[in-house]
Write a protein that binds this ligand. Structure first.
Ligand SMILES: Cc1cc2nc3c(=O)[nH]c(=O)nc-3n(C[C@H](O)[C@H](O)[C@H](O)COP(=O)(O)OP(=O)(O)OC[C@H]3O[C@@H](n4cnc5c(N)ncnc54)[C@H](O)[C@@H]3O)c2cc1C
Length: 281
């Protein structure tokens, strides 16, 4: 429904606001043409200006984006993380608590150019973080961005996992099979060994892998931090359902996109079912 003039809410059976989950949910809800569905998406549009300027094509020659869009070749045909691994950072864990993304490249941070040397980067994600961050309103202005404080590595447990994971990466890269490539530690550098040094390095290198979740977590109605109940209904607000990563009570043991799509599938079932309670069980 994108691009149409906004209509009165009463003209629709479902008004869906959202991105990943919202797209799937709107698709499922509108499969039956009897359902009138409005999808509102406030995300950014195509912000690459040269695509919209007549002589802009001159700037597109040799551009990886164009190579991909027109010819399906070039660096954008390659996934950055070509190897994944789930492992225990320490044998005391009963299941894998660390997810490794291994990339055949190195860069200072996301969005920066690649490093000027051949490299591999093994980023390790703590799948059971115990640090808790906060999202706060920064201003009464609803359009002002909120303050987001991830509060990474604020527990002993998370610092321990970071140190153990860094050492595990070093053990893997130190295996005989890789020695013909003469690997050298780049970051954290070879001089850093002790727990404290490695924790500090983890804090300096560490960043998000964009798997935000839990700001409207599912829980029982009398639970203090619960945003939605087991039917995905916003607690205390009739007719409003949340179905996206924000309802996850804890992070999934891996990437979040597919779990979000599954939440949307479940929400579609619930919303289309007369017997929501039976389905949620
Ligand atoms: C850079 C990046 C890389 C990622 N890579 C992967 C990956 O490789 N694999 C993987 O599994 N997951 C990945 N993820 C995570 C995955 O994309 C997300 O978990 C998933 O898309 C979340 O879906 P969602 O529906 O919860 O939220 P979103 O898809 O983010 O949708 C939220 C929507 O809400 C809209 N919105 C925000 N504020 C308002 C407002 N005030 N009013 C109305 N609408 C609003 C936004 O425009 C957006 O459309 C990545 C995320 C990012 C950012």
């Amino acid at each position: 429904m994108s691009g149409q003039a906004p209509a009165q809410a009463g003209e629709f059976d479902f008004i869906v606001v959202g991105g990943t989950a919202g797209g799937l949910l709107a698709n499922r809800l509108s499969a039956d043409p009897a359902n009138r569905v409005l999808l509102l998406e406030v995300g950014g549009g195509d912000c690459y200006i040269w695509f919209h300027v007549p002589v802009g094509y001159l700037f597109l020659i040799g551009n990886p984006r164009v190579e991909f869009v027109l010819f399906r070749r070039g660096p954008l045909t390659m996934a950055p993380s070509q190897l994944g691994l789930f492992a225990k950072s320490d044998p005391r864990f009963s299941t894998a608590n660390a997810q490794f993304h291994v990339q055949p490249l190195s860069l200072d941070k996301f969005g920066e150019p690649l490093g000027p040397f051949a490299a591999l980067t093994a980023s390790v994600c703590n799948l059971r973080p115990t640090s808790r961050g906060a999202v706060r309103l920064a201003s009464p202005d609803p359009l002002a961005p909120p303050e987001i404080d991830p509060n990474y590595l604020s527990t002993d447990e998370d610092r321990r996992v970071a140190v153990d994971s860094l050492r595990r990466v070093r053990r893997i890269v130190g295996q005989p099979a890789l020695q013909r490539f003469k690997p050298e530690k780049f970051r954290p550098g070879p001089a850093l060994h002790g727990d404290e040094e490695l924790v500090r390095a983890a804090g300096e290198i560490g960043t998000t892998i964009f798997h935000s979740f839990g700001t409207a977590r599912m829980g029982l109605a009398d639970e203090s931090m619960a945003g939605v109940d087991v039917f995905l209904s916003v607690i205390g607000c009739e007719g409003l359902t949340i179905a996206d990563a924000s309802v996850m009570p804890m992070i999934t043991s891996g990437n979040t996109n597919f779990p979000v799509l599954m939440i949307a599938e479940k929400a579609a079932e619930l919303l289309l079912s007369a017997d929501r309670k039976a389905l949620a069980a």
